[in-house]
Write a protein that binds this ligand. Structure first.
Ligand code: A3P
Length: 292
């Protein structure tokens, strides 16, 4: 990659980089369709995992060729992505031949184009506990040259607490979407930790939200396709085809664990983080698990 790493700047009160703001007009005017399904997450919360679950549920049987020829990021376009010499997320979404369209976004809830709300689209939000989310993001930024330079672990941790991350504050993101759930009924809010604990149970909940009733055989097939090892070994889901990533530094499918933060936080960092967390996470109805 010969492009310099992008710099963060303030965009409508949220830290962003130009790759996710340059196409703002087209994104805001994007025409959602009533059957579109929006998968929304803070980066590194399990977007690819849930995207692939949905992809297999909807198209695993009807379009098997997609499974071996199209990387997941083409099957589930990233709405706000605009990268030099690549189709934008909105263009990719408009070109999708299949229905429903599965579309991914990392936008905080207030940035979602209005047509998604007007069309009453189904939305799936995946949250992941702050500590593991942060660790995953740190390693991702180390290996992905289209992200800002992460710097060292301690300064990264401080920046996370300040919300100076691409797509802004984790705290605002998870809370903003949680609050939306109180008024928008077509939003299914789920957690990475629950998915790790019992993938079958979470797939059942997703199916019930989506009105799907896969056979036992289909469900088994989906569950087997979406294990960490199978996704890590699958070139169409492991991002090995993405030229902006250097897998010698870290893998996209890195560890896939709940609790890896324990291998990164010092005792002092953990205490400082917990203290700060309490002051920011006032809504007691939103609870994350840092271990299972
Ligand atoms: P780690 O870096 O902790 O391993 P996203 O898709 O939102 O970018 O999230 C990536 C994170 O989800 C990575 O976390 C990745 O390993 C994890 N992940 C992806 N697929 C997974 C799976 N099938 N099981 C468990 N974790 C998975």
């Amino acid at each position: 990659m010969d492009l310099p790493r992008p710099k963060l700047f303030d965009f409508h009160g949220v830290s962003m980089i130009t790759y996710f703001t340059d196409n703002w007009e087209a994104i805001q005017n994007f025409q959602a369709r009533p059957d579109d399904i929006l998968i929304a997450t803070y980066p590194k919360a399990g977007t690819t995992w849930v995207s692939y679950i949905l992809e297999l549920l909807y198209f695993g049987q009807t379009s098997p060729e997609r499974q071996t020829t199209m990387p997941i990021y083409e099957r589930v376009p990233f709405l706000e992505l605009t990268f030099p010499n690549m189709d934008s997320g909105t263009d990719l979404a408009d070109q999708l031949p299949t229905t429903p369209r599965l579309i991914k976004t990392h936008y905080p809830v207030q940035f979602v184009p209005k047509s998604f709300w007007e069309q009453n689209c189904r939305m799936i939000y995946v949250g992941r506990n702050a500590k593991d989310n942060l660790v995953s993001y740190f390693h991702f930024e180390r290996m992905n040259f289209s992200q800002p330079e992460p710097g060292d672990w301690n300064s990264y941790l401080q920046r996370f607490m300040e919300g100076k991350m691409v797509f802004g504050s984790w705290y605002d993101h998870v809370n903003g979407w949680w609050k939306k759930k109180q008024t928008y009924s077509n939003l299914h809010y789920m957690f990475y930790e629950d998915l790790a604990e019992d993938t079958g149970r979470e797939i059942d909940k997703l199916c019930s939200f989506l009105g799907l009733s896969p056979s036992a055989e289909e469900k088994t097939r989906v569950m087997s396709g979406v294990t960490f090892d199978n996704m890590k070994n699958n070139a169409m889901t492991n991002y090995s085809t993405d030229p902006s990533m250097d897998f010698k530094i870290s893998s996209f499918m890195r560890k896939g664990k709940v609790g890896d933060w324990k291998n990164h936080f010092t005792v002092a960092q953990n205490e400082e983080f917990d203290e700060d967390y309490k002051s920011k996470m006032k809504d007691q109805t939103l609870q994350f698990r840092t271990e299972i």
